[in-house]
Write a protein that binds this ligand. Sequence first.
Ligand SMILES: [Zn+2]
Length: 75
Amino acid sequence: MDTTSCPECGAVAEVQWRDVLESTDGPVEHAKVLCLHRHWFLLPVASLVRPPAPQPDGSVAGLTARAVHSRPRPR
Ligand SMILES: [Zn+2]
């Protein structure tokens, strides 16, 4: 299960599903997030707060890999 932090109250929130939605900048992967206090949000995955300890082997789904991939690498 993917978890993140609620943008509104900061509580633990569950990522219920992800899907790619069209936007003005092209397709953007979004996630539906539901927090412990029943706040829910549909957010671009890039704006999710990532869990503090991602798996070093990259097994935490596409979120980590995409985020890393989309950033310029420091040299
Ligand atoms: Zn909340």
